[in-house]
Design a protein around this ligand. Structure first.
Ligand code: AHR
Length: 334
């Protein structure tokens, strides 16, 4: 019943927006759904539109697999999946398309924090519940989404900073930072967490900070620039494993030994990162768990049943040094 109301409302919203010239989305699917009694889905499956950030990292690949492996027909879902290629405009277009199709639930991982209110209001007007996964939006109106499930990125940055402060910054160290995608929640929060955890330690000096967009290739390129500009780098703090792995390539190409001449601390703990940690090329990794699929199934089922869902669901993360990585690697799922 809730879904049928949502579909009918979606059709009305699309028609209204189209009449105002406010959307380029096709009216056809929603109009058709209403004429046929508002049923956009196959059988009793819950239709979920999921807009993914992209395929920028090993973490993202594991997250996509977890979503696709769990939102299956066998589990009662008809998943409509789109990859935004790290572009906000692609995500907004995908969400508008899901609204026009009258899906039951929209879930997405926002590429950046800002600029979502308008499209979230369109989903709300259409009666389609929205679930945020992995990354937050900075909207002041939390009625625009049902819940946000994901890690505490500030805490991840703090965990990295605390380890650095206690284990490396017992003497003065010069740090370069490879930031994630500019404007994204993990880039903003991890930076903040690392800086606040090291603020009281005068031995930590961040001498350069630049985005590597969470990719291995950009991490490598930015690190090459850092190495050309500075011959006294002690530590790389990379906002994810992939950029850290790119930095390893740049450091080795410069004739230096990663993990020894230049220490490396990263976030994610995907298999490639954990292998580099086990090999001594990375010194410490804070985990960011990408396996959100099972929890997303649970959340969507609750939302569809009209049950209460907590506004913020925090995913717990671990941290690994070399010894812990060697122990964890044989059973690592991603
Ligand atoms: O939002 C989570 C972050 O996005 C991961 O740490 C990073 O690898 C990914 O690209």
């Amino acid at each position: 019943m809730r879904r049928k109301l949502a579909v009918a409302a979606a059709a009305m919203a699309v028609l209204t927006l189209a009449a105002c010239g406010g959307t380029t989305e096709p009216e056809e699917p929603a109009t058709e759904d209403v004429a046929e009694g508002g049923d956009a889905m196959e059988g009793d499956l819950v239709v979920v539109g999921f807009s993914q950030v992209g395929a920028e990292s090993g973490w993202r690949a594991a997250n996509t697999k977890s979503i696709q492996d769990n939102l299956t027909k066998e589990n009662g879902f008809d998943l409509k999946f789109s990859d935004a290629q790290q572009k906000q405009e692609n995500q907004i277009q995908a969400i508008r398309s899901y609204i026009a199709q009258g899906v039951d639930v929209i879930a997405f991982s926002p590429v950046v924090e800002s600029g979502w209110d308008a499209v979230l209001e369109e989903a709300k007007a259409a009666g389609i519940p929205v679930v945020l996964t992995d990354r937050a939006v900075d909207s002041q109106d939390d009625t625009l989404y049902e819940t946000f499930i994901g890690s505490d990125f500030v805490l991840e940055g703090e965990m990295a900073g605390e380890w650095v402060s206690e284990n490396l910054a017992t003497e003065p160290i010069k740090v370069v930072e490879l930031q994630g995608t500019t404007g994204s929640a993990p880039a903003i929060d991890r930076k903040e967490g690392f800086e606040s955890a090291t603020a009281d330690n005068p031995n930590v000096e961040i001498i350069a900070s630049q985005t590597g967009n969470f990719t291995r290739s950009e991490g490598k390129t930015v690190m090459e620039g850092f190495l050309q500009a500075h011959d006294d780098i002690d530590l790389v703090f990379a906002h994810n494993d992939d950029m850290g792995l790119g930095a390893i390539e740049a450091i080795e190409a410069a004739g230096l030994v990663p993990g020894e001449d230049i220490k490396i601390v990263t976030i994610d703990a995907v298999k490639d990162g954990m292998q580099a940690l086990a090999d001594g090329k990375i010194n410490y990794i804070v985990e960011c768990n990408p396996l959100l699929g099972p929890d997303l199934v649970d959340i969507i089922n609750k939302v569809m049943a009209g049950d209460e869902v907590e506004k913020r669901i925090v995913v717990k993360d671990l941290a690994f040094d070399q010894e812990a990585a060697i122990e964890a690697l044989p059973d690592r799922q991603y």
